[in-house]
Design a protein around this ligand. Structure first.
Ligand code: SF4
Length: 115
């Protein structure tokens, strides 16, 4: 999977509307393994941005991801720490700096949950 872009992932979930999206479909879309996808979606669930609803799909239990609170509008792109981050080149899933451990991104997500 390329660099985790939480904004893009949120937009995909947002586009799915009230019905949400099956997590397996999201993971295919962002080219993530189930392990990577779970880690990403759990972070979004813990942040209060999405919720998971257990669902039986084709005989298997899975989760549907539903947008909870949609934090971003076009203007807030300028507030997104990644937009002008000097560490962009060094940041990524397999790099020294990762979005999952980034305090700037976590703070941004938490701030938008509160607003
Ligand atoms: S270091 Fe943080 S703010 Fe910078 S690009 Fe990575 S996730 Fe975004």
């Amino acid at each position: 999977m390329r660099k985790v872009d939480y904004y893009e992932i949120l937009q995909i979930i947002k586009r799915s509307g009230e019905n949400g999206i099956l997590q397996s479909n999201l993971w295919k879309e962002i080219k993530a393994t189930s392990k990577e996808g779970s880690r990403i979606t759990l972070k979004l669930v813990r942040s209060g941005l999405i919720r998971r609803k257990r669902e039986l799909y084709r005989g298997k239990w899975t989760y549907r991801l539903i947008p909870e609170k949609l934090p971003v509008n076009f203007d807030s792109l300028f507030d997104l720490p990644c937009t002008f981050c000097p560490d962009q080149e060094r940041c990524g899933e397999t790099k020294y700096i990762t979005p999952e451990k980034c305090e700037k991104l976590t703070s941004y997500l938490m701030k938008n949950v509160k607003e």
